[in-house]
Write a protein that binds this ligand. Structure first.
Ligand code: AMP
Ligand code: GLY
Length: 428
């Protein structure tokens, strides 16, 4: 039996752990730092996901057969490289490949060099030149992106010159996101439905997973602030077979090959954030990891052994693995703390769960919960849980997920009532 350490502590990690636990080959699962809900499925250790040396020490103590590094920051900081140096089998890209998410300038230059469709762009390191360019272009909305990781907040869609200038000054001059925003990308505003496609790759074989759709705004009808994602559905109806074929030929395979040609072979989960524009699919962003909350709807659809896939990627034999998907659909509704994505309270008692933090008929993936001394679940973050259900069709999956949501109660709870609405309408 294989023992596994999963690095991270959100809903995505909970979904990975629950899928791994279905494998007949997997024995003990450890998680660091984990959370209240995860602790029911994995033994949790209080080591921060960004603490590279702390995690190496923990791995030396636990001696897992594999370490799965799920979040972006430890990947970009080189946690996989350090674990490999110490002889551990890992899942996740090395730092020289994680840069595909760690630097927008890198990813834009890669796409330009290898002719991968994306928005037209320019890079700036001083605000005067950036402002001069904005005035010349005089085209709004304008999209301004911090080069490095910025906790998902580094993209500004400026509606007019004033907003654009403010964004540029805050990023470059005031270093709003620290070093991450000392360089910015200004790019063309694209339109069209968005699709998330996660993929498994070992650098030679590319296996796109089933597609999904995120819902980023905080409130119903895509109103309110941008969040880390308030819900997801899979598959995404905008991602037709023709679009999938075009993406494979023009985006997925070329990206995998480009990374290899650059001496940065990507091994792990490569995430394609796509926009299906009137001129065809284009890349909005790459992530070097499983998306959150996309993973929460994609992994329940996987009809294969996740451990086998991870091991095959590490051993560069992904081409030999048979990866299938369930029919039907999956939906995830995020329950957040009142006030999220701005300020919110933590430590609020939650009820409605069984003793494993689940509700009947759903997978409840915990993102920000902890257990108190009496074993009660308390809120402990902005996004608290993702209530997920799989069914024969999207409407039934949504009905089941919302039924699960209705059973869970905590003061200030906040969720969107229209997850999947756009996907259902697209189908008609
Ligand atoms: P991110 O924070 O990187 O997930 O991106 C935030 C959102 O900004 C994306 O999901 C898109 O909706 C939007 N976005 C990013 N780049 C563009 C673009 N070039 N044109 C239009 N929308 C964009
Ligand atoms: N859901 C988008 C992300 O994981 O960045």
């Amino acid at each position: 039996m294989k023992n596994i350490l999963v690095v991270g502590g959100g809903g995505r990690e909970h979904a990975i752990i629950m899928k791994l636990s279905e494998s007949s080959k997997v024995g003990k699962i450890y998680c660091a730092p984990g959370n209240g809900g995860i602790s029911k499925y994995a033994e949790c250790f209080d080591v921060k996901a960004t603490d590279i040396e702390g995690m190496v020490e923990l791995a030396k103590k636990l001696k897992p057969d594999m370490v799965v590094v799920a979040p972006d920051d430890p990947l970009v900081l080189g946690m996989v490289d350090r674990l490999n140096e110490e002889g551990f089998m890992t899942f996740g890209p090395k730092a020289n490949a994680a840069i595909i998410e760690g630097s927008k300038v890198f990813s834009k230059e890669l796409m330009k060099k290898y002719d991968i469709p994306t928005a037209f762009y320019e890079v700036f390191t001083d605000s005067d030149s950036a402002i001069k360019y904005l005035k010349q272009q005089n085209s709004y909305p304008a999209v301004i992106k911090a080069d490095g990781l910025a906790l998902g907040k580094g993209v500004i869609i400026a509606q007019n010159e004033e907003e654009a200038i403010t964004a540029v000054k805050e990023m470059i001059d005031d270093l709003k996101f620290g070093k991450s925003s000392s360089r910015v990308v200004i790019e063309e505003f694209l339109t069209g439905p968005e699709v998330s496609v996660l993929s498994f790759t070992d650098g030679e074989t590319m296996v796109p997973m089933i597609s999904s759709m995120d819902h980023k705004r905080a409130l119903d009808n895509d109103q309110g602030l941008n969040t880390g994602g308030m819900g997801t559905v899979s598959p995404n109806p905008c991602y037709t077979e023709d679009v999938a074929k075009e993406c494979m030929e023009k985006i997925f395979i070329p990206t995998m090959n480009a990374m290899k040609a650059e001496g940065r072979t990507f091994e792990g989960c490569l995430y394609f954030g796509l926009m299906i524009t009137p001129k065809g699919p284009k890349v909005i962003e790459y992530n070097c990891r499983f998306g959150d909350p996309e993973t929460q709807v994609v992994l329940p659809m996987l009809d294969a052994d996740l451990y086998d896939i991870f091991e095959a990627i590490y051993e560069h034999r992904l081409k030999d693995v048979d990866i299938k998907w369930h029919d039907g659909a999956c939906a995830c509704v995020i329950m957040a703390s009142g006030g999220y994505p701005e300020s919110y309270k933590k430590g609020i008692p939650m009820n409605g769960f069984d003793d494993k933090g689940q509700v009947e008929g759903c997978f409840v993936y915990h993102a920000g919960t902890k257990l108190d001394d009496n074993g009660t679940f308390l809120t402990n973050g902005g996004r608290v849980i993702g209530v997920t259900a799989r069914a024969n069709d999207l409407q039934s999956a949504l009905d089941k997920a919302y039924e699960g949501v209705s059973k869970i109660d905590f003061e200030g709870k906040h969720f969107r009532h229209d997850i999947g609405k756009r996907a259902l309408e697209f189908r008609k």
